[in-house]
Design a protein around this ligand. Structure first.
Ligand code: FAD
Ligand code: GLY
Length: 375
């Protein structure tokens, strides 16, 4: 029997959409070129931090705050279905000022966020170090964001994969979709090297590899890889909150690992981890939390964020009937997975995205701007 929907791409976006559609009673097949959740969704730091990362970046900020509010229930629900806990942690984030400019920026940010009813507390250097003792004694002050949290994204991907299996989603892995199949102005399925799989609707959730696939139905959307390099250290340092400086973030995991990230580089699909990136990340991390200097380096890696010309996602119905797009989540795809999944479910089942998602449609690129490659 043909599925109601084929989802292309088994990252957090494709898997979260599969979850919501399967829960709504649709028969879903998900096709993944490699293994589920091994690309950007594996490489990420798992921060759910719209207040520290997207402030002033409307319209991303609004959906980031909305999606963050869904996260505890999202991870609880997944744990109940899959039996796998994805370590949602609600300790908040501390931004540390290391320069006078940072203090000014924190003051502006806290005023703006407080005015929106969000908690953003300007704190002295002493108070910042009381909240997160691993922060440097050289701190000039801090901004405490008690509602910016984190999740262990690799465990979240395992939890999602197990939940999809429980919900009878058909997983076709190690299979690359080479073309979206269309009849007239209607998507009818996908083709994998000539083999046709038909379905009632098709959803493209292929992260930074989306442009080529969409070009097979004549769409000219720019989604490019923005490489992020990271490393992990371990040992001798107790830390419970995400720490940010203007140069780096540091994310403690429950197993004792401390993640340090990340670069944003436009280097094509090169998977190199470079000495220069590791050097600058480590230097910035030690400046922020000096005890990191004595830790052991346990892992170095990189991943490709899917970036768009305005650094915002592209979500919703495509120009072809029965074709939907969910890509371009750039630096916030972990955070934005629940809201994206709910919205695409609405579009597939009820024919319309929620109004607050309208701004992320593909049509905004119809008069194409040259890409500004900065975060
Ligand atoms: P991916 O996870 O890349 O998944 C796309 C999938 O599609 C892949 O598995 C790929 O194999 C598959 N695919 C591609 N083409 C085909 C094809 N033709 N046929 C079949 N399958 C195909 N976000 C946050 O919210 N918080 C963070 O702290 C954070 N930190 C980050 C740190 C780093 C270093 C990086 C790199 C990213 C970070 N992000 C973070 C961003 C986040 O990881 C991404 O926005 C998100 O993972 C994108 O999810 P995705 O499912 O669209 O893409
Ligand atoms: N959101 C963290 C990153 O993209 O590096």
């Amino acid at each position: 029997m043909n599925p109601d929907t084929i989802i292309i791409g088994g990252g957090i976006i494709g898997c979260s959409i599969a979850l919501r559609l399967a829960q709504s009673g649709l028969k879903v097949t998900l096709i993944e070129r490699g293994a589920l959740g091994r690309e950007a969704s594996w490489a990420a730091a798992g921060m759910l931090t719209p207040q520290s990362e997207t402030t002033g970046k409307e319209p991303l900020f609004e959906i980031g705050i909305r999606s963050r509010a869904l996260y505890r229930d999202f991870t609880d629900e997944l744990r109940d279905i899959s039996g796998i806990d994805s370590e949602y942690r609600a300790e908040g984030t501390v931004c540390i000022a290391l320069r006078d400019d940072d203090l000014h920026e924190f003051a502006v940010c806290s005023r703006a966020q407080n005015a929106l009813g969000l908690r953003a507390e300007l704190v002295s250097a002493e108070e910042a170090r009381r909240i997160e003792p691993s922060a440097t004694p050289a701190a000039l002050g801090g901004l405490f964001l008690p509602d910016d949290h984190q999740v262990e994204n690799r465990k979240l991907m395992r939890s999602l994969a197990a939940a999809l299996a429980k919900l009878d989603v058909g997983i076709v892995d190690n299979r690359e979709v080479t073309q979206i199949a269309a009849e007239g102005n209607r998507a009818i399925g996908v083709s994998c090297s000539g083999e046709l799989f038909t379905a009632g609707s098709v959803i493209v959730a292929t992260g930074c590899w989306s442009s080529r696939l969409l070009s097979t139905v004549g769409m000219n959307l720019e989604v490019v890889p923005a490489r992020g390099q990271m490393l992990a250290v371990k040992g001798g340092l107790t830390m419970s909150r995400v720490l940010h400086s203007s140069k780096v973030y540091v994310v403690p995991r429950l197993d004792g690992r401390i993640l340090i990230g990340a670069t944003v580089e436009y280097a094509g699909y090169s998977r190199q981890v470079t000495a220069a990136a590791m050097n600058s990340l480590m230097t910035a991390a030690i400046e922020l939390a000096p005890a990191i200097a004595d830790c052991e380096v346990t892992e170095m890696w990189c991943g490709f964020r899917p970036d768009t010309p305005d650094h915002c996602p592209i979500m919703g119905p495509a120009p072809l009937e029965n074709l939907f797009i969910a890509t371009g989540h750039f630096r916030n795809g972990i955070l934005l997975a629940p809201i994206t999944a709910d919205a695409i479910k609405e579009a597939v089942i009820n024919g319309a995205m929620p109004a607050y998602m309208d701004r992320f449609n593909w049509q905004r690129f119809e008069s194409k701007q040259p890409m500004n490659k900065s975060s």
